[in-house]
Design a protein around this ligand. Structure first.
Ligand SMILES: [Zn+2]
Length: 421
């Protein structure tokens, strides 16, 4: 039985077209990310285009029930591929303006042939995080969107931006006054859209109903925590009545919007502060990660639950993003290989058979995983025990990316297809 809170979080992705104002619509739950439409005099503006051409086609069809005005322009809030991969569907073969931040840099744009880049690792971990190849029963959520959604044309409809916006400014969306505001957060190239008259803010991924993904376990460069926190304060200062995020349901009501933005800012500040305190005290990264949590006034906020990001992972990311991998303990200047360490432990334990027995009997699932890793380093058959432990951990997990990764890696360890790369 999956974690009930994670199941319940699925209500944030109920498939629907939602009215946010006069002629302003949001398509929620059709795909990993949301798409918004703003109706102007003779055309519509599309904000973000989701992850696949098939999802984009479904959304465009649903929008067509509201208005048949042609798409006049597309705005990308940022370069993550789940927001830019359905553009060709909305453009419909026409040459329309596509606006993005001047900092826009898509990971869809190919890495040079022969460049040294960990693409295989990134590919495998991305599949694991998003549970690609898992069954719909296993992949109940992405943490930021529904697990079960159309996958045809994934990443296929990307179009290059035609206008790169260098700084904040006003823009006329065919009769609808808007502002484009640079707000680095989940990515450096975030550009939010603000409608000052309607008081609607399209925040991209700088906010969603989950603890922010300050570190994505698929593997990401350091995300600037302080810049993200500052952007949340900037967005809160706009005084929006409706917050229309890149994932999960829109938030309505000025006070509520203020609350979700400022409390998320406080949560990021807290992670930075506690991690720095631990680093300054010379604590190990494990001890910081094992002990950090949100304070009570933040911990019970529904939108700060760890459906997507995780507090402990964020602490590790902040420490390595600021001072790098060395934690100040000289023990870590040297290295034992996994096999050497396992051999030492096996000798201490009186043989690998005793390690295996401990792995089979301990009730601490994390310790069981660690023992399995030592056994596997020794060439002992611990694959099934590790796979079983990951499956058990997955069931308790509130974090969808951890759940998907545990289940995907369990499949891979068992040699099953579907999880394979
Ligand atoms: Zn996103």
């Amino acid at each position: 039985m999956p974690n009930p809170a994670l199941l319940e979080h699925g209500s944030q992705f109920t498939k629907s077209v939602i009215a946010l104002g006069d002629g302003i619509w949001g398509a929620i739950g059709f795909a990993a990310s949301n798409v918004y439409m703003i109706e102007g005099g003779a055309s519509v503006t599309i904000i973000d285009t989701t992850e696949s051409t098939s999802a984009a086609e479904n959304i465009l069809a649903a929008f067509r029930a509201k208005t048949d005005k042609p798409v006049g322009r597309i705005i990308y809030t940022h370069s993550h591929r789940d927001h830019i991969s359905g553009a060709s569907v909305f453009a419909g073969g026409r040459d329309i303006p596509i606006l993005a931040s001047a900092a826009f840099q898509s990971d869809l744009i190919g890495v040079d042939e022969g460049a040294v880049a960990p693409n295989q690792a990134l590919g495998r971990r991305t599949q694991a995080q998003f549970g690609i190849g898992l069954s719909p029963q296993e992949r109940i959520s992405l943490g930021c969107g529904p697990g079960d959604r159309p996958m045809e044309g994934l990443g296929a409809g990307y179009l290059e931006p035609t206008q790169r916006i260098a700084s904040d400014g006003e823009i006329d969306l065919d009769g609808v006054a808007a502002q484009l505001i640079m707000a680095p957060g989940e990515t450096r190239d975030h550009m939010v859209v603000w409608l000052p008259l309607q008081k609607i803010l399209f925040s991209g991924d700088n906010w969603y109903h989950a603890f922010p993904n300050l570190y994505a376990i698929r593997g990401t460069p350091y995300r600037d925590f302080a810049a993200w926190a500052d952007s949340l304060e900037l967005l809160a200062g706009l005084g929006a009545d409706i917050l229309a995020p890149g994932h999960t349901m829109p938030v309505r009501g000025g006070d509520k919007v203020q609350d979700v933005l400022t409390s998320t800012r406080s949560a990021i500040d807290h992670v930075m502060k506690v991690t720095v305190e631990g680093m300054n005290q010379g604590l190990s990264m494990d001890d910081i990660a094992a002990s950090i949590s949100l304070p009570p006034e933040l911990a019970d906020r529904p939108w700060l639950q760890e459906f997507y990001g995780k507090v402990a992972w964020s602490a590790r990311a902040f420490a390595t993003g600021t001072l790098g991998w060395y934690d100040g303990n000289p023990t870590h200047l040297g290295t034992l290989s996994s096999k050497q360490r396992a051999e030492h432990l096996a000798r201490l334990a009186g043989g690998a058979a005793n390690l295996l027995k401990a792995a089979e009997t301990t009730g601490d699932l994390q310790w069981r995983l660690e023992l399995c890793d030592h056994l596997l380093a020794l060439g002992e058959p611990a694959e099934e025990i590790k796979a079983q432990a990951m499956t058990e951990l997955a069931e308790g997990e509130i974090n969808a990316t951890a759940r998907n990764t545990y289940l995907w890696e369990a499949r891979r360890l068992r040699g099953a297809s579907g999880g394979g790369v």
